[in-house]
Ligand binder design. Structure first.
Ligand code: HEC
Length: 161
């Protein structure tokens, strides 16, 4: 029976806490609803961002062959097998034989098609353009070379200019 006075002091602070509890809950509910409204409106701005990376796909570049479609690596092999005998392994020419084909203005002045046609025909020793008195034989003297082979050689010659 004597316990009651002690209990009367307790309920006062507890009553205040009981008041705060529903307040805190309602604030939490309001914040949750508010947060849901904000996040529902939010998806619009991020939607613009993913577009940026897709623009990188247009960065493909053409091969540096000059558009002739030849394979410079295959052309180098053919050059070493057929042309290097007169033009040198480094294509810088051999005195009294083939011209230097690096940084060569004759090559630079012709299109790929014209250059293929030139190599197919060669340049006879009595040709007015001939400066050495030595003939550039048709296809470099290798009749087995196809037009595709010559395109590869031309692609290789382009890499030396
Ligand atoms: C038998 C030797 C010989 C071979 C093999 C040969 N050439 Fe020549 N080439 C010459 C000579 C000689 C000339 C220069 C002729 C002249 O005096 O105008 C020449 C000239 C050229 C020119 C013109 C360069 C210029 O400045 O006028 C090109 C291009 C060329 N050769 C490419 C080739 C290619 C490509 C091959 C291999 C498929 C080849 N040649 C194989 C002897 C040769």
């Amino acid at each position: 029976m004597n316990d009651t006075p002690n209990d009367t002091e307790g309920p006062k602070p507890r009553g205040a806490l009981l008041w705060l509890a529903p307040l805190a809950v309602s604030v939490a509910v309001i914040l949750l609803v508010w947060g849901a409204v904000i996040s529902a409106n939010r998806p619009e701005p991020p939607a613009a961002a993913p577009e940026a990376p897709t623009t990188t796909t247009s960065a493909t570049t053409a091969p540096p062959s000059g558009g002739g479609g030849g394979d410079a690596a295959k052309g180098e092999e053919i050059f070493r097998g057929t042309c290097a005998a007169c033009h040198g392994q480094d294509a810088k020419g051999i005195p009294g034989l083939g011209h230097d084909l690096t940084n060569n203005s004759f090559i630079q002045g012709l299109s790929d098609d014209e250059l293929v046609a030139f190599i197919e025909e060669g340049r006879p020793a009595d040709h007015p353009d001939n400066t050495t008195g030595v003939a550039m034989p048709p296809k470099g003297g290798n009749p087995t070379l196809t037009e595709a082979d010559l395109r590869d050689v031309v692609a290789f010659l382009r890499t030396l200019q």
